[in-house]
Design a protein around this ligand. Structure first.
Ligand code: ADP
Ligand code: MG
Length: 333
């Protein structure tokens, strides 16, 4: 198989692990920086070139789109999608998960539990919003933060108000969120590939820190057995997003899992080290199956997929729920 990994840097741990795992299974694997592509938009014949040269026909594309290049990187992924090349994960799914508010909106419609979250864009009614999320301390988050940057805790209503004012003045979109006290600086990261949990770890924040991101100095401990409720929540969350590969972050709430966010390009270093699972090979294994299943994607399939994506976000919560769920499964790409 000819596999393309979209990544800014071939020497990053996750990228190089995927490349090596692909080559070990006798695939031809290349890495191209999404910013090196030119996107050619032309009626009926979308294409991509790299520095003006045509690209070979890839069997499957694996985007590792970092936060800093979301828009251009997403446009490149979308172009592969439009060209009918199997992309794991697809552009719509990546965009959904990248925006925390959009992700939470979609999740709650499918009965997945999340911390109570309020979004606002003006100071009027901030007191009521704080009440809604259970008072202080409360969490303030940038809608597009990653690696713990952009997630803050505010101990008093005054702190919430001044944080919000500052962030709004800076043009940032934010959410206010219920602080899940009982999680005590811990969360669970589950890696879901092709609808199955393949690895999980509990991350424990360093002393004095409430964020359990490894980038913020947290420790990851492998979890051999993920409780069923957590397994189910993680799988359902990725289905709702339409992701084939995901890292799902969950807090351990009193009543069970509360989904925080779903990462479309989860880092492999921490989870492979903590769990001992070869996640890179699991990704390649699923890419093989996915490429085989979607090999003959016709123009019509591409169109149908786009139409279904729109319908899916519009679907009323109750009616046609099971129908929309199977749609997500079928056209998730
Ligand atoms: N509502 C919350 N209650 C308790 N802890 C939280 C809450 N939201 C986030 N955290 C902590 O902060 C970390 C980062 O938050 P997250 O929403 O995953 O943003 P990021 O994209 O920066 O990782 C989480 O892993 C968790 O440890
Ligand atoms: Mg996170």
């Amino acid at each position: 198989m000819r596999i393309l990994v979209l990544s800014r840097n071939a020497s990053l741990y996750s990228t190089s692990r995927i490349v090596l795992a692909g080559r070990a299974r006798n695939h031809e694997v290349s890495v191209i920086d999404p910013l090196d592509f030119q996107i050619v938009v032309s009626r009926g014949r979308p294409s991509l070139t790299v520095r003006g040269l045509p690209i070979p026909k890839y069997d499957v594309v694996l985007p590792r789109i970092g936060a800093s290049i979301t828009n251009y990187g997403l446009a490149v992924v979308r172009q592969f999608d439009l060209m009918g090349i199997p992309v794991m994960n697809g552009a719509v799914a990546i965009a959904r998960s990248r925006d925390k508010l959009r992700a939470l909106q979609l999740l709650t419609r499918r009965n997945v539990d999340v911390p109570t979250t309020v979004c606002a864009r003006s100071p009027a009614g901030v007191e009521a919003a704080i009440e809604l999320v259970g008072g202080c301390p409360a969490i303030v988050k940038l809608q597009q933060g990653t690696q713990g940057i952009g997630t803050m805790i505010a101990e008093t209503p005054q702190a919430v108000a001044s944080l919000l004012e500052t962030l709004w003045a800076m043009g940032q979109d934010i959410v206010l969120q219920e602080y899940i006290r009982e999680s005590k600086g811990r969360d669970i990261r589950a890696i879901v590939i092709g609808g199955k949990v393949v690895a999980a770890m509990r991350r424990v924040a360093k002393p004095g820190e409430f964020r359990s991101n490894l980038h913020r100095g947290a420790k990851g401990n492998g979890m051999k057995k993920l409780p069923n409720a957590y397994r189910t929540a993680a799988v359902r969350a990725t289905q709702v997003m339409g992701l084939e590969i995901a890292g799902v972050d969950m807090l351990e709430g009193k009543e069970g899992p509360k989904i925080l966010e779903i990462n479309s390009s989860p880092g492999l270093e921490g989870i492979e080290r903590a769990s001992g699972v070869d996640v890179a090979t699991a990704i390649i294994g699923h890419a093989e199956a996915y490429a085989a299943k979607h090999r003959r994607t016709s123009k019509k399939d591409v169109e149908l997929r786009l139409v279904n994506v729109i319908a899916d976000e519009r679907m009323p919560p109750r009616s046609a729920r099971s129908e929309s769920r199977s749609r997500v499964r079928r056209y998730a790409s």
